[in-house]
Design a protein around this ligand. Structure first.
Ligand SMILES: *[C@@H]1O[C@H](CO)[C@@H](O)[C@H](O)[C@H]1NC(C)=O
Ligand SMILES: *[C@@H]1O[C@H](CO)[C@@H](O)[C@H](O)[C@H]1NC(C)=O
Ligand SMILES: *[C@@H]1O[C@H](CO)[C@@H](O)[C@H](O)[C@H]1NC(C)=O
Ligand SMILES: *[C@@H]1O[C@H](CO)[C@@H](O)[C@H](O)[C@H]1NC(C)=O
Length: 380
């Protein structure tokens, strides 16, 4: 069974490498037939019609957007361009209710590292930060069709903080977090693929809980197609690669603390509304619904900067593979008045089934970027 899954993953990965992604200016006359050939997609006659309709709709939207010079970002065609709404939703996985419950318990969070924010309140921040330049960020990953974004943001951010502390950059296991972090509030379904939060993960990875993070090669990712697996971690057999000693949750909906943290401490796990990101190709994105942002995704903030033509941006790493966006990254519009850019997240649907019911929450920043930010502390 696991061999079959492995082969499938390899096949898909090989196809993805061969697939062409036409650039936004190459879409004149681009057809569905060309698209399925470029992406090696095979559909039954029945499905073909629905996919073709979805693709043509998307292509029209993409071309209309790109024809408007007023936008600071381009839309493109990628492997998701003929997907249904449900298929796109399966690629996220942030559970608001768990996040809410964790935040209300924030006072109990332990951390061995003092929060330096107050000391540096008036510090001058650099104009440009990109932690990739310091060699503490692993290559872009692909969560596949599993709502495991929260495990990716957890692992990626621990990788970076461990590398900053020790000089050793290694890939940490998402599958370990996915399989072994319990969801005591029973929110949003049964499996790790149906969502969680970074706080939930770190709080369970502290000793004596699940017990540290193991490397990717001792516990590899295999939920690419959304399958759930039993926890198979055995501490007496698998060495922990990085011990998590605590985690820090930044003040919600605040701009300066997030800027200071990403400038001085390292990459930060953040939550966002990614529902309008699927066809992002390049540029500084500003296409989120700011009235009612729907926080549904966890990603990694790795820096910020200013584009000469397009203005200030946050630099964000996604987990939808290196061919999405700008080599797997997205630049998101940033301004120092982000704190005043607030909306209400009103979709209680996410995480339904929690005992304490769905909260309606105020969410600030472009795509809700200031809402829920976390980083781990690690031991050397
Ligand atoms: C930061 O600057 C403000 C205004 O100059 C000052 O009141 C405050 O004490 C400073 N904070 C710190 C931690 O130095
Ligand atoms: C964990 O591994 C040890 C050593 O191989 C073994 O003795 C023990 O039974 C394992 N525990 C579980 C729960 O599988
Ligand atoms: C993690 O913590 C355990 C228990 O304190 C310790 O035995 C182990 O050596 C630590 N591992 C690393 C990689 O720091
Ligand atoms: C934002 O989302 C809300 C709730 O789904 C919707 O009613 C509204 O029309 C959306 N606004 C825009 C500009 O898309």
């Amino acid at each position: 069974m696991s061999k079959t899954i492995c082969l499938l993953v390899l096949t898909v990965a090989a196809l993805a490498v061969a697939a062409k992604f036409p650039k936004w200016h190459e879409l004149e006359g681009y057809t569905f037939e060309q698209y399925i050939a470029d992406h090696n997609k095979v559909y039954s006659a029945e499905e073909l019609l629905a996919r073709k309709a979805a693709f043509e709709n998307r292509l029209a939207t993409v071309r209309a957007h790109n024809a408007n010079p007023g936008f600071s970002w381009k839309r493109g065609i990628n492997h998701m361009s003929d997907w249904t709404h449900e298929e796109k939703n399966s690629m996220k996985g942030y559970d608001k209710n768990i996040g809410h419950a964790m935040r209300t318990k924030r006072a109990k969070v332990v951390s061995n590292v003092p929060n330096k924010q107050e000391d540096s309140e008036n510090a001058t921040l650099p104009q440009y930060v990109d932690w990739r330049d310091l060699g503490v960020v692993t290559p872009v990953k692909d969560q596949g069709q599993c709502g495991s974004c929260w495990t990716f943001a957890t692992a990626e951010t621990a990788e970076s903080h461990y590398a900053i502390a020790t000089g050793h950059l290694g890939e940490l296991s998402e599958q370990h977090v996915l399989d072994c972090v319990p969801n005591p509030l029973q929110c949003g379904g049964q499996g790790g693929c149906s969502g969680g939060t970074v706080e939930l993960a770190y709080s369970n990875l502290l000793l004596p809980g699940t017990g540290g993070m193991v490397s990717e090669w001792t516990y590899p990712y295999r939920s690419y197609f959304g399958d759930a697996f039993q926890c198979s971690f055995n501490r007496s057999r698998t060495a922990v690669f990085a011990n998590i000693t605590g985690y820090v949750t930044l003040p919600t909906n605040k701009y300066k603390p997030l800027m200071i943290a990403v400038a001085t401490l390292g990459p930060i796990a953040i939550s966002v509304d990614a529902s309008a990101w699927h066809d992002y190709e390049s540029g500084v994105f500003n296409g989120c619904n700011q009235t009612n942002p729907d926080i549904d995704h966890a990603v990694q903030l790795v820096g910020y900067g200013t584009d000469e033509k397009l203005g200030d941006y946050w630099l964000v790493r996604n987990s939808w593979g290196p061919k999405w966006g700008e080599k797997g990254y997205i630049r998101i519009y940033r301004s120092d008045s982000e704190e005043g850019r607030c909306g209400e997240d009103i979709t209680p649907r996410d995480g339904e089934g929690c005992a304490d019911g769905p909260p309606q929450v105020e969410v600030c920043g472009t795509c809700g970027i200031l809402f829920d930010s976390v980083y781990p502390t690690v031991s050397k």
